[in-house]
Ligand binder design. Structure first.
Ligand code: NG1
Length: 488
């Protein structure tokens, strides 16, 4: 069994023999813990879904513009067996996440906000809703779960959990689905937890290729593997500020989604008035220069002149659109759960959000070219520019991320930026491979030893192992499920 398992893992993790030994030991531990948790029975499947680091293209996905993440060697692993009932019984290796028992019957009612079991429920609810499993004949499963993705850190632990749960549920029900189809379904299904996210995380977790980043386009979903320069490594540094998107940051994340929706309506209206081009846009990318047959610069100028650069109140927006405030709220500010997003006191920052999204989309296109050409310095400049735009126009940085980005650049990153939803979480640093050791040592001293110890009053997450807060990412393959051939 050892050989079967390590051969499977070698292909997934694309790593050195030493690292492979560590991965194999982890899976064997999970298999043993399964047997201990479920009266000595043998698991029949193993499922793995990776987290991701987004290299460039932040908050572009739900606007229909591309992103460029890579799947990493931090993941969720489920060892499981189908159960004889429609119940899902799931034990987490981490004592912070209590055992959960879920009745897989549609509709699946959520636990309270923030409960880890909601990510499992999101997948099951979504699959049942899609009718992929016969509702009269649902098979549950029992699973032991181990996760190595730092949580609430912008590395997509939530989507990896949703993807792994979906693969486990499908395996238990002996159902095969195309990965692209599954990625699209799970992007919608994850909104069950209350944030109005895009489709990047589920897509890269499922469709990544080893050793490559993935350029992802949306509506419809399309992916293109992008080679990474061999002499460049990507180092993740955790600011130790939690960024829980399904809890306290739900408003901040959803606000930006709504601001982009308002931008879409306003841009459509102004473009129509100025150029006579009538479109029925669903999202900002439907109003790109290319789609409208205009120069992007022209579209941007029309927008700046028509809606101006200052924040807009709900009253301003309704005046521009010629609709009542109530109609605007109902049509554009309503979230999936039916609630209306409260108007921000300083107004909706439509122009800044628009500017970030459109410029970030252009940076993703340029970055894809720079990566293919192995142009390390262009990659670095694009990452740095992305960070500035995220900070100043999308306003998703925070003081700790600013310190960490500056430190990263000072100690050798050719490009450094926040990654993921922001408001805390991690930075991603492009570092020449031969300087990685030194980079990590110097960031450790400057941020984790000096800054974190100095700023005692800040709510830094505690950690036990530095390897879990600063690490090099290896680009791994996407999620999968395979039969457990072991007999121990
Ligand atoms: P993270 O970093 O996992 O919270 C979120 C969204 C993405 C994308 C990024 C910002 C979900 C599941 N993920 O990611 O779709 O919008 O923010 O680029 O909502």
């Amino acid at each position: 069994m050892q050989r079967d398992l390590s051969e499977e893992l070698r292909q997934i993790y694309n790593c050195s023999p030493d690292e492979l030994l560590l991965h194999t030991a982890r899976y064997e531990r999970l298999l043993n813990l399964y047997r201990l948790s479920f009266s000595g029975q043998n698991p029949t499947f193993i499922v793995r879904a990776p987290g991701r680091v987004n290299l460039i293209g932040e908050h572009t996905d739900y606007n229909g513009y591309p992103v460029m993440p890579m799947a990493i060697d931090r993941d969720f692993v489920f060892v499981l067996a189908p159960s004889s009932s429609g119940v899902i019984d799931i034990v987490n290796e981490s004592p912070s996440f209590e055992r959960r028992t879920i009745n897989a019957r549609f509709p699946v009612p959520p636990y309270q906000q923030g409960d880890w079991g909601n990510y499992v429920k999101a997948a099951v609810h979504g699959i049942l809703e899609a009718g992929w499993v016969d509702p009269k004949n649902v098979t549950g499963f029992q699973a032991f779960v181990g996760g190595t993705i730092p949580e609430s850190a912008g590395l997509s632990s939530s989507s990896a959990l949703v993807v792994a749960s979906a693969l486990a549920f499908l395996a238990a029900n002996n159902t095969q689905v195309e990965k692209e189809q599954l990625a699209e379904l799970l992007a919608r299904a994850e909104r069950y937890v209350g944030s109005e996210g895009g489709g990047m995380d589920q897509a890269v977790s499922l469709l990544a290729e080893p050793g490559k980043a993935l350029k992802i386009d949306f509506f419809p979903l399309r992916t293109q593997p992008v080679s990474l320069p061999e002499n460049l490594s990507f180092v993740v540094c955790n600011s130790l500020i939690r960024a829980p998107k399904s809890e306290s940051l739900r408003y901040a994340y959803n606000r930006r989604v709504i601001e982009c929706r308002l931008a879409t309506a306003l841009v459509a209206k102004t473009v129509e008035e100025r150029s006579g081009k009538n479109s029925q846009p669903q999202r900002l990318a439907d109003l790109s220069g290319e789609k409208l047959g205009l120069e992007q610069r022209t579209v941007d100028k029309i927008v700046a002149q028509a809606i101006g650069e200052r924040p807009l109140s709900l009253k301003d927006v309704s005046y521009f659109l010629g609709e009542t405030a109530e109609a605007v709220q109902q049509r554009l500010c309503t979230l999936r759960d039916g609630s209306v997003l409260a108007e921000p006191p300083e107004g909706f920052k439509i122009w800044n959000r628009y500017k970030h999204v459109v410029s970030e989309a252009q940076r993703v296109e340029s970055a894809a070219g720079a990566f293919q050409a192995g142009d390390v310095s262009a990659v670095g400049s694009l990452m740095n520019a992305s960070h500035v735009s995220c900070r100043d126009d999308y306003e998703i940085s925070c003081p700790e991320l600013e310190v960490l980005v500056s430190v990263g650049r000072e100690v050798g990153a050719v490009g450094a930026r926040l990654t993921g939803a922001g408001f805390g979480g991690c930075t991603v640093n492009a570092v020449p491979s031969n300087q990685v050791r030194q980079f990590i040592d110097r960031v450790t001293i400057a941020y984790y030893h000096e800054y974190v110890r100095q700023e005692k009053e800040k709510p830094f997450t505690k950690y036990t192992n530095l390897h879990d807060v600063v690490f090099v990412c290896r680009a791994t393959t996407g999620a999968g499920a395979w039969p457990n051939r072991g007999d121990r």
